[in-house]
Ligand binder design. Structure first.
Ligand code: CMC
Length: 409
């Protein structure tokens, strides 16, 4: 396996940038220009990265140079994770070694399962996942960020255990004991098995694996930025992933996939789509599953997820919510298209997961299982050329004031 960090030898590695200053800028010049505030850091490069590229006008997404649709068709999630984290597609031997290491580390300590049993069963699975991901730091407390072996072990452990923890909480909150992973099942099939206690249909497992590939990485989105900020403090990788899970949970980010189905159910029937959308736009409501900071066309992942949904419907029966979703997409194209607002990755993913029989509040944890690969790729890249994130601010508060005694306020 290519377990070295590799960054020092890379032509992209720039020692001056490592020192944190733009090339050619003297120390005394840093901080003298009037700062410009960009809300949401829109358009502000906050890192250099060789992991993923987005062309938001053409609707193209590549991981390490490979187009995501081609990976979803030809690769597996673990192979794609390897590509993202180690930079190259693995050879057959490298992939086999990676797969068997992940398989060996799927189990979680009974102490983590017991801890999860004390979580409220009505709590959100993303909160359960954030807490259990963070708890891994208690069990694997040694930190050796300059050791390639440590990095490799943490990667394997997190990719292997996150799905087990998601499935465990699902069974625990239903009052059941979690079931052990099955060594004869591949990554995606094993997760569906741990969740449902039934061996999944091969088509369902293949489509779920493709969904994981599509969600594995997406440059400097909010959760990945959060992961990189946390990583830049040189904390442990479990804290990095836990902070990213917490960030992904919000409805403007990964949490939108849950809200899409709720929105479609609320619309109810196809004849209600136009009046509902007009009302929502008039009330300046955000349409869930639409819009993206990077894409001004339909998200390429939404295009692929739509095809995967259709494949599932052909095999396992139609879902009338899909007709509603298509109608909403076409009406929204007239109303919101001119502003560059089109379906994003979350618009069709919920329909796929629903057909796979997955409960709605597990949609975002599934996103987290996949995105762990991207977070870890960014963790490793950040360590290769680290400087702590510490942006500045534009102060808008009072000028200095004199203390006022309580009686005089
Ligand atoms: N529905 C209606 N109008 C929208 C939407 C939407 N979904 N998204 C953006 N707009 C409008 C917005 O009202 C604003 O209009 P105006 O300029 O007239 O005030 C303009 O487009 C720019 O919006 P913004 O909120 O400044 O854009 P942003 O780049 O800050 O936000 C976004 C991007 C994804 C948070 C936003 O599009 C959104 O809230 N979408 C709905 C939630 C969603 O689907 N999130 C999943 C994102 S993709 C997966 C992921 O990241 O996890």
């Amino acid at each position: 396996m290519r377990y070295g960090t590799g960054m020092a030898a890379s032509p992209r590695f720039n020692p001056l940038l490592r020192a944190g200053k733009p090339q050619g800028m003297a120390s005394s010049a840093v901080g003298t220009a009037a700062p410009v505030f960009r809300p949401g850091l829109e358009g502000v490069p906050a890192t250099q990265s060789a992991i993923c590229d987005i062309d938001g006008l053409q609707g193209k997404l590549t991981y390490r140079g490979y187009e995501v649709g081609s990976l979803a068709t030809n690769s597996s999630f673990l192979e794609t994770a390897y590509l993202l984290i180690w930079g190259e597609l693995p050879t057959a031997a490298e992939l086999q070694a990676f797969e068997s290491e992940v398989q060996m580390h799927r189990r979680v300590s009974f102490r983590i399962r017991d801890m999860m049993k004390s979580f409220p069963s009505g709590g959100h699975p993303m909160d359960a996942l954030q807490a259990s991901a963070a708890s891994l730091g208690l069990f694997y407390s040694r930190r050796a960020l300059d050791s390639p072996d440590y990095i490799a072990a943490a990667v394997v452990r997190l990719i292997a255990k996150i799905p087990t923890m998601v499935a465990a909480f699902q069974l625990i909150r239903k009052g059941q004991d979690p079931i052990q992973p099955r060594d004869d099942l591949a990554y995606a099939a094993n997760f569906l098995y741990m969740l449902t206690e039934r061996e999944p249909d091969p088509l369902a497992a293949r489509i779920f694996d493709a969904c994981l590939i599509l969600h594995a990485e997406h440059s400097l989105n909010a959760s990945t930025f959060s992961a990189r900020v946390t990583a830049s403090t040189l904390t442990d990788p479990y804290a990095v992933v836990a902070s990213a899970v917490g960030t992904l949970a919000g409805p403007l980010h990964g949490g939108a996939n849950e809200d899409v189905l709720e929105m479609l159910e609320q619309i109810g029937t196809e004849d209600q789509v136009e009046p509902w959308l007009d009302r929502a736009i008039a009330q300046k409501q955000k349409i869930m599953g639409f819009g993206h900071r990077e894409y001004k066309v339909k998200d390429p992942r939404a295009v692929i997820l739509q095809k995967l949904a259709e494949e599932l419907f052909d095999q396992f029966g139609h879902d009338p919510l899909y007709d509603l979703a298509r109608k909403l997409e076409s009406v929204a194209a007239e109303r919101l298209g001119p502003k560059g607002i089109y379906p994003n990755v979350d618009f069709y993913s919920g329909l796929v997961y629903r057909k796979l029989g997955i409960p709605e509040d597990l949609f975002t944890p599934l996103f987290a299982i996949a995105r762990t690969a991207g977070w870890l790729a960014h963790w490793k890249e950040q360590l290769g050329a680290n400087r702590i994130y510490r942006p500045t601010q534009i102060y808008t508060g009072h000028a200095e004031r004199q203390w006022v005694p309580q009686g005089a306020r």
